[in-house]
Design a protein around this ligand. Structure first.
Ligand SMILES: O=c1[nH]c(=O)c2nc[nH]c2[nH]1
Length: 427
């Protein structure tokens, strides 16, 4: 195999661990066949005759990773937040998702959705589609054309939803299997993920069937867990025989038996948190959504202290923004308020902890993604922060902080995903 070496130069910043940033002023990232070979301060002599992609005076940061969002809710950004979760689903979300039976509408909205991810620097995402197979294929094909990385799930829901958005469980399983077979390719940038919407909308037969598909094709799982108090009561009524909400997913072997993401996780019991740790279940922390729908504040410090994996989710359209920097800010704000109003012993999240969650933390779901360490895939954003921080002698970490809190998507001048530049013309 021919070795293709590339060298990127700039002011590099990333998090190897949550507690601190690694920074290299005028440093170099050297990649071989799109994976990082080394990240160094001085360029070794062996590379002296290779052309350098020179981004001096710009920041080079890992591409963002969003581990929970709903593509067919893109048109609903900002709508209906006077409601809590269950009426919001009924009055806003389900009617909008129903429109995706129309493949023309799906194509129009999904193009806008993927462009928005690109514009905001989200290199990888873990996405809910709607229950419609054809529209989900359109979403997958558009992602493939874009070059962005994604897990994509055809949503499954066969009870407790309006008749216009309820499947027959057999058809739901057949279509899910078809989607898995079509897109489960080893080196693909997009992959299928099993997506029971949440326990209230999935019958035991459907859960059983999805669990078998997950095992048969070794496909990961995503769903929602303990977002809202009425939702939790509803799950208790539906599954009196099982002690906890997480226990229901676990009963169906869809709780860490394969890689699993559970969105929200606001009101979990200590036993549920222990189970998440034991089974390696990821929390998708979605603070903007949790504020908008008055769901609560997820006790993220508790998950971190218990070594539970945590990534960031914009959860559009419970979340009102597809921007990961804005969601990082929201995560920090949420933790600050939690430490003041709920538990004074909790330390709020630091900027490095929140940035870690939005890069390497969530990136772990994709493998070696979200850092500039050896063997990681080269996902990077080049950020021109000259206007934000120019001439003011700031450290690289301070420049990143300014970009997160005060920057704009227009400051991102280039994006690389798995070593390939994603061109603006594609969108
Ligand atoms: O934030 C959420 N968005 C949804 O679409 C959804 N469905 C079930 N539970 C949900 N929570």
């Amino acid at each position: 195999m021919i070795k293709e070496i590339k060298i990127y130069k700039g002011d590099i910043i990333f998090c190897e661990s949550p507690d601190k940033f690694t920074t290299l002023e005028n440093g170099y990232i050297i990649t071989e066949n799109n994976k990082i070979k080394e990240t160094v301060q001085e360029l070794p002599a062996e590379y002296s005759d290779i052309e350098i992609l020179d981004f001096s005076e710009n920041l080079i940061i890992p591409g963002f990773v969003d581990i929970h969002l709903h593509a067919p809710q893109f048109e609903n950004l900002g709508l209906g937040y006077d409601n809590e979760l269950l009426p919001w689903l009924e009055n806003y979300t389900f009617p909008e998702e129903a429109k995706f039976s129309d493949t023309k509408y799906a194509e129009e909205i999904y193009k806008k959705f993927i462009k928005a991810l690109y514009m905001h620097g989200t290199a990888r995402s873990v996405v809910f589609s709607s229950l419609h197979l054809e529209s989900t294929e359109i979403l997958a094909d558009l992602f493939l054309e874009s070059g962005l990385g994604a897990y994509i799930g055809k949503v499954n829901m066969d009870r407790n939803s309006p008749s216009y958005l309820t499947e027959n469980y057999k058809k739901s399983l057949e279509e899910t299997e078809y989607f898995i077979k079509k897109y489960n390719k080893p080196d693909s940038m997009i992959k299928p993920i099993i997506t029971p919407r949440f326990i209230p909308t999935c019958t035991p037969e459907l859960m059983d069937g999805l669990s078998k598909l997950s095992e048969k094709y070794n496909v990961p799982v995503q769903s929602h867990l303990s977002e809202n108090l009425s939702e939790i009561e509803w799950v208790k009524e539906l599954h009196k025989e099982i002690e906890t909400y997480a226990g229901v997913y676990n009963h169906y072997k869809m709780f860490g038996d394969r890689p699993t993401i559970m969105a929200h996780c606001i009101h979990n019991t200590d036993d549920e948190i222990k189970l998440m740790k034991e089974k390696g279940v990821f929390v998708a922390h979605c603070p903007t959504s949790n504020f908008n729908l008055s769901s609560g504040i997820a006790p993220i410090r508790k998950f971190l202290d218990n070594n539970v994996k945590v990534g960031i989710g914009t959860d559009i359209a419970g979340g009102h923004t597809i921007s990961i920097p804005e969601t990082i800010i929201s995560a920090i704000h949420a933790s600050k308020m939690y430490s003041v109003y709920a538990d004074r012993t909790f330390h709020s999240l630091s900027i490095s902890e929140a940035f870690f969650m939005a890069t390497k933390g969530g990136g772990e779901f994709f493998g070696k993604v979200g850092s500039f360490e050896k063997d990681y895939e080269f996902d990077a954003l080049i950020i021109n922060d000259n206007e934000l921080s120019g001439g003011s002698n700031k450290t690289i970490q301070e420049r990143l902080e300014k970009y997160i809190y005060f920057g704009a998507k227009e400051d991102i001048i280039k994006m690389f995903v798995s070593g390939k530049e994603i061109n603006r013309e594609r969108f």
